[in-house]
Design a protein around this ligand. Structure first.
Ligand SMILES: Cc1ncc(COP(=O)(O)O)c(C=O)c1O
Length: 392
C-alpha cells in the first residue's frame, strides 16, 4: 500500500504570490517597511525583564506535579484577569492551555464530533480555518457588516445554523475589524442556545479609555447558556513565547460543571502547559503594565497617524477601530486587494495584508498592524497614501 496522508493536512503547496514578492524584495536587499508586524517581542515593546526572568526561575518548577486543568495558583491568577473586566469567574471554572490556539482545539474536541459545524465571523482570524479542519470540524461563517460601525448580521447568523452546529465563535475585539461584540448581540446569541466561544485576546487594548458603550468587555460571568472566554499571555502580557492561555467557563451551573469535566478529560491526555510558566503567572501578570501601556499608546498613535496621512488620499478610508492591534484601510476597488498588496510590495517595498486573507470578500481592503514601530508605520502609511493617489 502506498503511504498516504490525511486529507485534513493536504494543502496547496504553491507559494502565495505576495510572500514570493516580499521574499524577493528582501533577497534583493531592499529595506522593507513591514506593516504586518504581529510579534510583540521584536517590535520594540518594553517588558519588565527582571520581574519576568525572576518569575520563571522559581525553584518550585523543578518538581513535576501534573494538574490537567492547571496549577491552582495559576488558575487563580488567570481567573483574576476577568475581574479587571468586571466579571467574576471562580478559579475552579478556569482551564489552562498552552495557547489560545490550543484552547480552540480543545474546545472543538469537547463540543464537536467529526463533521459537526462551528459558526465563525467573517471577516476574522485566518487561523480558525486550520484549527477547525485539524479537528475534522466544518466552519460556517456569519457576516460582520460595516455600516459606520461593525455589527453582527444576526439574521444571517440564525440562517447559518444547522442541526450540526455546535458552537458560535466570536472574536472580541475582532482581528482584523477591531470591533467588540455588542451587548445586545451577545443576548441574541445566548437566545440561540448554542455554546459561545469568545476569543478575547485583544480585550485589554481598547482604542479609547474604555470599552465603547454598548459593547461587551468579556462574556465571562454570563449566567445562562454556556460560554467560554479565551485569553492568554500572548497578547495580554505581549509574551507569546511563554505559551500560556486560559479558558474561563461561565453560564448555567450544570452546563458549566459538565464542560469542566470534559475539558479536564481532554487536557489530562496532553498535559501540555509547562510548569515554570504556571508558577510564574501571578508575577508575569502583575508586571504586564509596561508592555500593555506601551502597546496601547503605540496602537493609538499609529491609528491617529494613519487617519491623518490617509486624508491625503481621499479615495481611501480608514475604517472605525474599537480595539486590538489592527486597522483596515478601504482602497478603491478598481484593483483587487491582492493586486494593491502586490503593488505596494514590489513598487513601494511596503508589506500589508490583503483583506481576502481574513475573508473580506467585498470591495478592496488592506490590513495594517498598529503594533508596527511608529516611524516605520508613518513612512509605510505615507507610501500607501501616495500609491492610492497615483493609481486611483
Ligand atoms: C484573534 C486571535 N486569537 C488568538 C491568537 C493566538 O493566540 P495564542 O498565541 O495564544 O495562540 C491570535 C494571534 O494573532 C489572534 O489574532
Amino acid at each position: 500500500m502506498p503511504t498516504t496522508f490525511s486529507l485534513r493536512t493536504a494543502r496547496d503547496d504553491a507559494p502565495n504570490a505576495l510572500f514570493v514578492a516580499l521574499d524577493r524584495a528582501r533577497a534583493a536587499g531592499e529595506r522593507l517597511l513591514d506593516l504586518t508586524t504581529s510579534n510583540p517581542t521584536t517590535a520594540g515593546i518594553p517588558h519588565d525583564a527582571s520581574a519576568i526572568l525572576a518569575a520563571i526561575a522559581d525553584p518550585r518548577s523543578l518538581v513535576y506535579a501534573p494538574e490537567p486543568l492547571g496549577l491552582p495558583s495559576a488558575r487563580e491568577a488567570a481567573a483574576a484577569t476577568f475581574a479587571s473586566h468586571g466579571a467574576t469567574v471562580d478559579p475552579s471554572r478556569v482551564a489552562l492551555t498552552a495557547s489560545t490556539s490550543e484552547a480552540y482545539a480543545v474546545l472543538f474536541k469537547v463540543l464537536c464530533d467529526p463533521g459537526d459545524e462551528i459558526l465563525v465571523p467573517a471577516p476574522s482570524y485566518p487561523l480558525l480555518g486550520f484549527l477547525a479542519e485539524f479537528e475534522s470540524v466544518a466552519l460556517r461563517t456569519y457576516p460582520l457588516v460595516h455600516a459606520g460601525r461593525w455589527h453582527v448580521d444576526l439574521e444571517a447568523l440564525r440562517a447559518a445554523i444547522s442541526p450540526r452546529t455546535k458552537a458560535i465563535v466570536v472574536v472580541s475585539p475582532n482581528n482584523p475589524t477591531g470591533s467588540y461584540l455588542g451587548e445586545e448581540e451577545l443576548e441574541r446569541m445566548l437566545d440561540l442556545d448554542l455554546p459561545i466561544v469568545s476569543d478575547e485576546v485583544f480585550a485589554t487594548y481598547p482604542m479609547s479609555e474604555r470599552v465603547p458603550e454598548g459593547r461587551v468587555a468579556t462574556v465571562a460571568g454570563a449566567t445562562r447558556g454556556l460560554v467560554f472566554a479565551l485569553s492568554g499571555l500572548s497578547k495580554l502580557a505581549a509574551l507569546p513565547q511563554m505559551k500560556l492561555g486560559w479558558i474561563g467557563v461561565s453560564g448555567a451551573e450544570d452546563l458549566a460543571a459538565r464542560a469542566m469535566r470534559r475539558l479536564e478529560l481532554v487536557l489530562d491526555a496532553y498535559l501540555s502547559v509547562g510548569t515554570p510558566v504556571q508558577h510564574a503567572l501571578p508575577a508575569i501578570l502583575s508586571s504586564r503594565a509596561a508592555a500593555e501601556d506601551a502597546i496601547r499608546a503605540r496602537a493609538r498613535e499609529n491609528l491617529r497617524a494613519l487617519r491623518a496621512i490617509m486624508k491625503e488620499a481621499p479615495s481611501a478610508s480608514v475604517l472605525d477601530v474599537e480595539g486590538g492591534w489592527y486597522a483596515i484601510v478601504r482602497v478603491p476597488d478598481m484593483k483587487t486587494d491582492e493586486r494593491w498588496a502586490l503593488d505596494l510590495a514590489v513598487r513601494d517595498h511596503v508589506a500589508v495584508q490583503p483583506g481576502y486573507f481574513f475573508d473580506m470578500d467585498r470591495g478592496a481592503h488592506l490590513v495594517v498592524s498598529l503594533l508596527t514601530p511608529e516611524p516605520v508605520f508613518a513612512e509605510g502609511a505615507a507610501r500607501l497614501a501616495a500609491r492610492v493617489r497615483e493609481d486611483a
